[in-house]
Design a protein around this ligand. Structure first.
Ligand code: NOJ
Length: 588
């Protein structure tokens, strides 16, 4: 059954404008589409099964053909890879597994030549336990300047055998580990909000502040256009070190104790002092050419708290994960979009939109689960499996909705191919510390990190010349390969390309959103409809098709139907981009 709307009569619509058009269109980051490259899994040039910088450089054409503005590189620095590079042993060098500093320079240079900006990852909350500073801290005595760069404390109890607080690691287990002192006796404890191999730096320490500013300059001098700041909300800790025994869920930021109680304010997330650090960094970037940017990865519980990281004298962007974590529900998505835009608008910053990254189950699988939203922390062969067809259909609809929103959008590599999560990885190949620290209760993030398929008929689907891959690729990924989708009308890859071209042509990233209410039968429970510049964007999340009349369809996330009198039928879980009638556009 279908429902029919009359001609799109502007008088019959109620609109709410939420965002003033951006005034500074020249600032590229306000509207950029930024593609996340996960170096381990993008392209492997030397055949060892792990991606590398020359592999990325060789494949940059994929990004320009796709039509993105920038790439963000997850960490490629020297690291023992205990958390896939988010455990940095030396911030100023490239891990030999990924290449050399010269390779990084070549990548930046080629990207710029192709018109792509480059953002690199900065991990300031913690170092690797193999960082020279931590090794020096282990060798030094309690109370020494070497230990003062990290968060060392004496334990509780008569022999100091209890950790200083009950804080819990994001990856599971306690957030403190005890060291053995030089005399061979059990000694102090150090804090690690993540893995035990990721000791937290002490941001009360001036040397730490100076060092990370120097690292910023090191990469700015090499020409990078910005930094994605890892765990930006975690650097400053409440110096009274109160107990707070809750485990925080990555990305959603939800805090839980075993009884599901409201945890109250955290002593280490989103402390007011973090903002002083970013005001300083703002100045560091301003010393360059005024066009560099910082993007905060911060998990906070309201859009206003996230937007606080993007006040005019702080960062340029912060990830707004609400689009990713909100269930596939028209009313709730509209609320999330409205709240995100309103909060960022209030501080004059662009809103950001994210559907996927290297920490969550891929969107095309997540959206095929009975319960949508942030999804589980990994999926294994024994878990309920997603409905792949429904998930992909919804992911494409979600992508077209997202790419029509004003602000900046992030794509995670493979998203443009509709790549699903690897949901049946054997436990023996898993590397995510969350898998190990939860005693395998959580499968972890490896399933979204599997090497990309480039060519349907090549070894490792073209990821590596030898066929080696650090994680196995599902045997049926040939159909997702870039060469299998290129030039194929309606493929996910071509759907993204067209969307990015239209987004650019219509300057949607710097537009202004107005919700369209009043289309008959397009109730807010089923349909999201808005205009941005001359486009009408309609996403049908309901179970039944919706009919539109008197619109010129420019793009759709999937096949549309045709009805009587030129009606366009928008089926369930489908987004359509249409051109408003000329007189509508002039009113806008
Ligand atoms: C957030 C990163 O995205 C994630 O991959 C990493 O494990 C943690 N921060 C710790 O650095």
């Amino acid at each position: 059954m279908t429902t029919t709307s009359p001609a799109l009569d502007p008088e019959a619509l109620t609109t709410t404008t939420l965002v003033h058009p951006a005034t500074a269109e020249a600032q590229w980051w306000r509207s950029a589409v930024i593609y996340q490259v996960y170096p381990r899994s993008f392209a492997d040039s030397d055949g060892d099964g792990l991606g590398d910088l020359p592999g990325i450089t060789a494949r940059l054409g994929h990004l320009t053909r796709l039509g993105v503005d920038a790439l963000w590189l997850s960490p490629f620095y020297t690291s023992p890879q205990r958390d896939a590079g988010y455990d940095v042993a030396d911030y100023r060098s490239v891990d030999p597994r990924f290449g050399t500093l010269a390779d990084a320079d070549a990548l930046i240079e080629k990207a710029h030549r192709l018109g792509l900006r480059v953002i690199v990852d900065l991990v300031p909350n913690h170092t690797s336990s193999e960082h020279a500073w931590f090794q020096a801290a282990l060798a030094a005595a309690p109370g020494s300047p070497e230990r003062a760069r990290y968060v060392f404390r004496d334990g509780k109890g008569p022999g100091g055998e209890q950790p200083p607080t009950n804080w819990r690691s994001v990856f599971g287990g306690p957030a403190w580990s005890r060291v053995t002192e030089a005399d061979g006796r059990p000694g102090q404890w150090y804090l690690h909000l993540f893995d035990a191999t990721q000791p937290d730096l002490n941001w009360e320490n001036d040397e730490v502040r100076a060092e990370l500013e120097s690292v910023l300059r090191f990469w700015l001098d090499r020409g990078v256009d910005g930094f994605r700041v890892d765990v930006a909300h975690g650097l400053v800790k409440d110096q009274s070190f109160p107990d707070w025994g809750h485990r925080t869920d990555m990305v959603s930021g939800d805090d839980e104790d075993d009884a599901g109680h409201d945890p109250g304010p955290s002593p280490y997330w989103d402390q007011p002092g973090v903002h002083d650090i970013y005001r300083r960094w703002h100045q560091v970037l301003a010393g360059y050419d005024g066009d560099r940017c910082l993007v905060a990865e911060a998990w906070a519980d309201t859009p206003e708290k996230i937007a606080a990281y993007t006040r005019p004298d702080e960062m340029q962007q912060a990830f707004n994960f609400d689009y990713l974590t909100t269930p596939w529900d028209a009313t709730r998505l509209r609320e999330a979009i409205t709240d995100g835009l309103t909060a960022s608008d209030a501080v004059g910053a662009p809103c950001t939109w994210v559907m996927s990254n290297h920490d969550v189950v891929r969107a095309s699988s997540r959206l095929g689960l009975p319960e949508t939203g942030k999804g589980p922390n990994g999926i294994g062969a024994d878990d309920p499996q997603p409905d792949a067809e429904l998930g992909l259909r919804r992911a494409r609809a979600a992508a077209l909705l997202m790419l029509a929103l004003p602000g900046s959008a992030y794509l995670y590599q493979g998203e443009e191919l509709g790549l699903p999560e690897h949901t049946t990885l054997p436990d023996e190949v898993r590397e995510d510390p969350a898998f190990f620290r939860t005693g395998a209760a959580e499968k972890g993030r490896d399933g979204c990190r599997v090497p990309l398929p480039w060519e349907a008929d090549a070894p490792a689907f073209g990821f590596s010349p030898t066929g080696a891959t650090w994680l196995p690729q599902p045997a049926d990924w040939g159909g997702f390969a870039v060469d299998a989708q290129k030039g194929v009308p309606g493929s996910t890859y071509e759907t993204y390309r067209t969307a990015l071209r239209l987004r650019r042509d219509f300057r949607l990233g710097t537009g202004s959103l107005a919700w369209v209410d009043g289309l008959p039968d397009c109730t807010a429970e089923r349909v999201l409809a808005f205009t941005n510049r001359e486009l009408l964007v309609l996403a049908n999340l309901g179970a039944e098709a919706v009919a539109l009349r008197d619109v010129e369809v420019l793009h759709a996330s999937g096949p549309l139907g045709g009805g009587l009198d030129g009606e366009v039928l928008v089926p369930h879980d489908t987004t359509v981009w249409a051109r408003l009638r000329r007189d509508d556009a002039e009113r806008d």
